[in-house]
Design a protein around this ligand. Structure first.
Ligand SMILES: Nc1ncnc2c1ncn2[C@@H]1O[C@H](COP(=O)(O)OP(=O)(O)OP(=O)(O)O)[C@@H](O)[C@H]1O
Length: 281
């Protein structure tokens, strides 16, 4: 990541942001600048507000306080500089749209024009985005009949095809096998290195992307920490954040967190007890 300078505008700038639903505050006082080419992992247990954070950046969720700038503008509207991989939802089996058409939706029509040249250029871009996620074999089939992982790879292609300045990814590795988790993480990493795309990557499992992560935003129970993985993913920082002893174990280049789930269960006693070593963020 290159250091901030005056002539490079940040990809994302969040000032004094807060989000509350009724009496429940998901986060408040959030200040964050994400630079072009930076890879920010957004971690935290279920319901801590990770997806809502991405939705606030997209203008799909209003803030309770503060402001957001993304790709040089306000969130919302048709900002073509933002690629978004939404949290996976099953696509209706009856959807007959083909993969190539789904990916093509990630391109804005007017830039290519109706002429033959425009259409050929558009087709080439779509084909190359599909190739990059390894989806060429099934890209002409109806999306509704593809497996969850195949659909997910097309969603990644759709988010990347428009040459975004900022890529917002909500658990993009879900339902991918290990080989494709790796291929997609490396593809996203290479895009931010070569094109300077900032990546905000929501995940429950940091290990598959740990080699790429510059900084972590960790959300828990209305609190958050921002910093390099080595600063945030420590026993002392996470224990402070969870409000109880949480053990962070670093083994073979991977990070494992023990005790976080039971910390949350104590706060919400109706949940099942799971006090095994686990990764919740
Ligand atoms: N529009 C809304 N109105 C009321 N509550 C909402 C709304 N949107 C989200 N919430 C609540 O805010 C909390 C945070 O939701 P969010 O989806 O951001 O969590 P998350 O960290 O992404 O969780 P997960 O890991 O389970 O995907 C949840 O408890 C959710 O029910």
């Amino acid at each position: 990541m290159s250091p901030a300078s005056d002539d490079v505008r940040p990809a994302v700038r969040v000032r004094g942001a807060g989000l509350a639903f009724g009496p429940r505050t998901l986060w408040s006082g959030l200040d964050l600048v994400v630079e072009p080419g930076e890879f920010l992992a957004v971690l935290g247990p279920n319901g801590s507000g990770k997806s809502s954070f991405l939705k606030a950046l997209l203008g799909m969720q209003g803030l309770s306080a503060g402001t957001v700038e993304i790709a040089g503008g306000r969130p919302g509207g048709a900002n073509r500089k933002i690629g978004y991989i939404p949290q996976q939802r099953a696509i209706d089996e009856s959807l007959t749209m083909r993969g190539v058409d789904l990916v093509g939706l990630g391109l804005d029509g007017h830039r290519w024009g109706p002429g033959l040249f425009g259409m050929a250029a558009r087709r080439r871009l779509v084909a190359s985005a599909i190739d990059a996620v390894g989806a060429t074999r099934y890209a002409k089939q109806p999306v509704g009949r593809l497996s969850g992982g195949e659909q997910q790879r097309l969603r990644v292609a759709q988010a990347m095809v428009g040459d975004p300045e900022v890529l917002l990814c909500d658990e993009p590795l879900l339902s991918l096998d290990l080989a494709h988790q790796r291929a997609i993480s490396e593809l996203i990493d290479s895009r931010r290195r070569t094109a300077g795309t900032a990546v905000l990557f929501v995940t429950h499992e940091i290990n598959p992307v740990l080699p790429f992560v510059d900084r972590v935003l960790y959300l828990v129970n209305g609190q958050f920490r921002i910093g390099k993985p080595d600063e945030v993913m420590t026993t002392s920082t996470l224990s402070e954040l969870y409000g109880t002893r949480v053990e962070v174990l670093k083994v073979g280049g991977q990070i494992h967190i023990a005790g976080a789930q039971s910390a949350l269960c104590e706060a919400e006693p109706h949940h099942h007890e799971h006090d095994v070593e686990e990764q919740v963020g």
